[in-house]
Write a new protein. Structure first.
Length: 209
């Protein structure tokens, strides 16, 4: 089974509590989402391999460490995933960005693909797939399937809030993909929204409530 990582750093917990509050406006919501994505990205990239390089400080030459040839790609699931890209890019400015467009059918609650644009060398990169909410898991499963169909072998999924139902669905379909979340919430309601959750992340990011 894939490993679920709940990143409950005090700063993340604090910022997420503000985001959950229905009184928090779009501007603050967007900024907090970017900040949490950056903090989570720090943990997500903790195991990146290092290699030795020789540099010269103002004092002397030395052998220093640098991230080895592994290349990163950040792939948001549109549209809400866009809110997490800038925070991750602030950590890894050279990471390439792809986009996967999926929306949830209001009747069936199943994802429908409408867009996919990825870096040409995506199969050679460590891919961080991002979406603030892991609810039913349908969008995440489909996006992961799309990435694997294009040759991706090292994929990590990052979300802000997850429901147990969504985690179980991703684990069943993609047991080789690690899931990183800031919070594991209680359940889904009858409308497939996470409880207690934070509402529709896309609407809150872009002010389309």
């Amino acid at each position: 089974m894939s490993t679920l990582h709940v990143i409950d750093h005090p700063l993340i917990v604090h910022k997420l509590s503000i985001m959950r509050n229905k009184k928090t406006g779009s501007k603050d919501f967007r900024e907090l989402l970017g900040e949490i994505a950056m903090l989570m990205g720090y943990e997500l990239t903790r195991d990146l391999p290092l290699e030795d390089i020789v540099i010269e400080t103002p004092i002397t030459k030395m052998t220093a460490k640098t991230v080895s040839g592994k290349k990163l790609a950040i792939v948001p699931i549109l549209r809400a995933g866009l809110g997490m890209v800038e925070g991750l890019q602030s950590l890894v400015p050279v990471a390439k960005v792809g986009h996967i467009g999926l929306y949830r059918d209001p009747e069936t609650h199943k994802p429908v693909e409408y867009y996919c644009k990825l870096p040409h060398d995506i199969e050679d990169r460590i891919v961080i797939l991002v979406d603030p909410m892991l609810a039913t898991g349908g969008s995440a499963v489909d996006a992961l399937t799309m990435l694997k169909a294009r040759g991706c072998k090292n994929i990590r999924f990052m979300c802000l809030v997850a429901a147990p139902e969504g985690v179980a669905k991703v684990q069943e379909a993609h047991p080789d993909v690690d899931i990183f979340t800031a919070a594991l919430d209680e359940r889904l309601n009858e409308h497939a929204y996470i409880v207690p959750g934070l509402g529709d992340a896309g609407d809150r990011i872009f002010g389309t409530l």
